[in-house]
Design a protein around this ligand. Structure first.
Ligand SMILES: C[S@@+](CC[C@H](N)C(=O)[O-])C[C@H]1O[C@@H](n2cnc3c(N)ncnc32)[C@H](O)[C@@H]1O
Length: 225
């Protein structure tokens, strides 16, 4: 598939897939979307509401590493302890990684080495990036996920249902539900009715919340039992 690096409206980069006319992030702002959907509505909510000693995060679609990197920065700022698992079937090429401007746009140039290490570290192996941050990248298909009650928080960041409807299905959300501990939370940028209903069908309590810039709503799903 043809790929190119493009600028989004907040000045941060993303990857555009020409054949699908789809991006790795919102064209309204990649960093703004990551901060709103995953950090504010996911990570901060989990910390403020449940205050676990360690937050175990599962990311659906490690991609460019932007979500992992902003989570690392947030953890460093507040001394959160994070165990981060990023699942990805098609790792981004290093020639693309070098064209991403996240360290500059996040004013975190002093963390450039960490961002690079996130990509260079071995797949399938836990890497300690800081005293309070462990990263395990898992090269697998989402359909192969079989974790049981491991995670407090899931960043569900698959490509949209328009291009990959099979990833927004009851079958996948059942896997997500099983992977979460009690009171575990899943956040996603999507707000479609069919997605919300698939989440409810597997047992999630689903909230419709304000979305990031350019998007009216997003979803947050909680495992209550
Ligand atoms: C929207 S992008 C993820 C963006 C990422 N969170 C970031 O911050 O850059 C979706 C990701 O899912 C991956 N992907 C697509 N289909 C997949 C599948 N069936 N199993 C595992 N990964 C898949 C893609 O390669 C892509 O990296």
């Amino acid at each position: 598939m043809k790929r190119k690096i493009i600028l989004t409206k907040d000045g941060s980069t993303t990857i555009h897939l020409e054949d699908w006319n789809e991006q790795y992030h919102s064209t309204n702002g990649a960093i703004q979307e990551a901060m709103h959907v995953f950090i504010k509505t996911g990570l901060q909510h989990t910390k403020n509401t449940f205050n676990p000693d360690q937050i175990h995060i599962l990311e659906i679609g490690f991609g460019t590493g932007l979500n992992a990197f902003v989570t690392y920065l947030e953890a460093k700022k507040h001394n959160f302890h994070i165990n981060y698992h990023g699942v990805e079937a098609y790792p981004v090429a290093s020639a693309e990684i070098t064209q991403l401007n996240y360290t500059q746009e996040l004013k975190a140039e002093n963390e450039r080495d960490t961002f690079e290490q996130m990509h260079a570290c071995e797949w399938g192996k836990e890497t300690i990036l800081a005293d309070n941050f462990k990263l395990t990248k898992r090269q697998q298909f989402f359909s192969e996920i079989n974790d049981q009650e491991q995670f407090n928080l899931i960043y569900f960041d698959a490509f949209g249902a328009r291009v990959q409807p099979e990833l927004w299905s009851v079958e996948i959300f059942k896997k997500m539900y099983e992977a979460l501990q009690k009171n575990g939370v899943l956040v996603t940028y999507a707000a479609k009715g069919s997605v919300r209903r698939a989440m409810q069908e597997v047992g999630f309590n689903v909230e419709r919340l304000p979305g990031p810039p350019g998007k009216r709503e997003m979803l947050r799903a909680t495992k209550i039992n």
